[in-house]
Ligand binder design. Sequence first.
Ligand SMILES: [Mn+2]
Length: 325
Amino acid sequence: MMSERSMILHTVQKGQHALVITHVDPDGDAIGSLTAVGIALKQMGIKATMVCDDAVPTRFSYLSMADAVRSQPDPMIAYDLLIAVDCGDESRMGNAYAHYPNPKPFIINIDHHVTNTHFGDLNLVLGTATSTTEILYGLFKEWELDISSGLASSLLTGLVTDTLGFRTDGVTAVTLHAAANLVDAGADLNKITMRALNVRAFKTIRMWQVGMTHMQIDGGLLWTSINNAERHALDFRGNSSQGLVNMLADVEEASMGAVLMEMDDGSVKVGLRCRPPFDVSEVAVSLGGGGHKLASGCTLDGPLEDAERLLVERCKAAIQRQGSE
Ligand SMILES: [Mn+2]
């Protein structure tokens, strides 16, 4: 029996031109994973196109090959392989996948979301890994791939951002050994922490300000919502709260934190966070979303007031149930 890892290697080596896709509204692990796979395939002499529906945030511009990320696949290329990174389900790939003509290429799904739907033809899903780049690091080591400094920077970026600087629940000695090896290979931990984690756009902090004005606490849930008019007034185009929800969930009196953001189409993007022993993925999954125990998200139908009422009710019930288990 071949292991999943060697089957992936076998499949990748047979490929002519790979399409690599990461999730919409990308974070550091998404862009780190996307560019890491792009760099690795290039080192292996395999053609690849890196795609993300949304533009690479400027704070990740230090990553090699970040400027080669496209917003859609090249229609002139017949891809024979699709590698999805950091995507819990197909919809996370956005239009890059949804608008891809049938038949779709063979899919390799590499991810660390516990709620991953195993949508690939080959699935390397490790819910215990702190980031998708931690999984990729293990994969590349097994393939005995040379970890160049560019590759190390991409991999460490995913580790640093998804662990909020090695502070989250799932961080183990394995994570720290991987990070140390990546620093040895030439990644600059200080620069990555500063650029990918600490530095934020002014409009992000303005968005936090608006969100913090509206925050409410009830039944252990600390939440806030930002409506479409407010989001436009801030010229805030993202659809995640970019750290605001983490801040809310760190409040001592709160068991869970939530941020609701109304989008142009009337739908409401929800970010959820909590501390052990609570589990927000249960709430997110029950509302059609997914993620991790301590960090999840979902999209609700508007209007915003109805979405808010539904979410608050579900979260408060979950807090009561999970707190007494
Ligand atoms: Mn991730």
